[in-house]
Design a protein around this ligand. Structure first.
Ligand code: ATP
Ligand code: MG
Length: 230
């Protein structure tokens, strides 16, 4: 098993004081190379779960194991290192560094993971996502779909074990949506990377054999609506 989550709890402080439980997940796992879609209502905690898995956020309690290694007790620096080397992250808003070209953005991910920069790996991935002729463009000179393809290349460059993708096609048009999802899925298959992808789209979900509803995994979701209901 690649990713194993047990009794994971996360709450956030409410602006007025007090705590709101966001996640309470008894068990969730992803196998090596498996492709999983995560769905659920807005505000249900999907992004929070990806943040917890990637170590951007710490849980209140519970266990997150990657390749059998418990991640939750590690320092922020160690979590950053593990994220950089073992995980790829594709954000809804791409998060490319604006002052750097497509190729530099992909190469920088190698630097962050303390890898020797392998220029041909970065170029190969940009070619795979169809951007051979745009490698030296800045993000601002790329279309939205092209920027997302750069971020897919960046997420894969360190040969991660797990790719986390948070609504990666929410900002692209339908034609580009299926192209990008196809690209993510085929790249993960070829590179033997497991994929956990958040989407609100039925079209996207149809392409996956395993679709998980966060509301069903999450015991904290049973709470009555408070502010949201007003
Ligand atoms: N830093 C934070 N401080 C306080 N509350 C937070 C924080 N981050 C998230 N939350 C709350 O946690 C809940 C879950 O948010 P999250 O972003 O995980 O939802 P989501 O399922 O990704 O929703 P969407 O589909 O809209 O992206 C929300 O109610 C949100 O207000
Ligand atoms: Mg979200």
């Amino acid at each position: 098993m690649l990713l194993e989550i047990r009794d994971l709890k996360k709450s956030y402080a409410e602006p007025g004081g007090g705590k709101v439980p966001i996640l309470d997940i008894a068990e969730f796992h992803v196998d090596e190379g498996e492709q999983v879609v995560l769905r659920g209502e807005s505000g249900g905690g999907k992004t929070t779960l990806l943040h917890l898995i990637s170590g951007l956020v710490q849980p209140d309690s519970g266990s997150i194991r990657l390749e059998g290694v418990e991640l939750t007790g590690f320092s922020e620096a160690k979590r950053d290192r593990i994220r950089a080397s073992k995980m790829g992250y594709v954000f809804q808003t791409f998060n490319l560094l604006p002052a750097f070209t497509a190729l530099e953005n992909v190469r920088l991910a190698m630097t962050f993971a303390r890898r020797a920069v392998d220029g041909s790996r970065a170029k190969d991935l940009l070619a795979r996502v169809g951007l051979s002729d745009r490698m030296h463009y800045l993000p601002s000179q790329l279309s939205v779909g092209q920027q997302q393809r750069v971020s897919v290349a960046r997420a894969l460059v360190n040969r991660p074990k797990l790719l986390l993708a948070d609504e990666p096609t929410a900002n692209v048009d339908p034609a580009n949506q299926s192209r990008i999802i196809e690209l993510i899925q085929s790249s993960c298959l070829e590179e033997r990377v497991a994929l956990l992808l958040v989407t609100h789209s039925d079209e996207v979900s149809k392409r996956f054999a395993r679709v998980e509803q966060l509301g069903q995994l999450n015991r904290a979701a049973q709470r009555p609506l408070t502010q949201d209901a007003v």
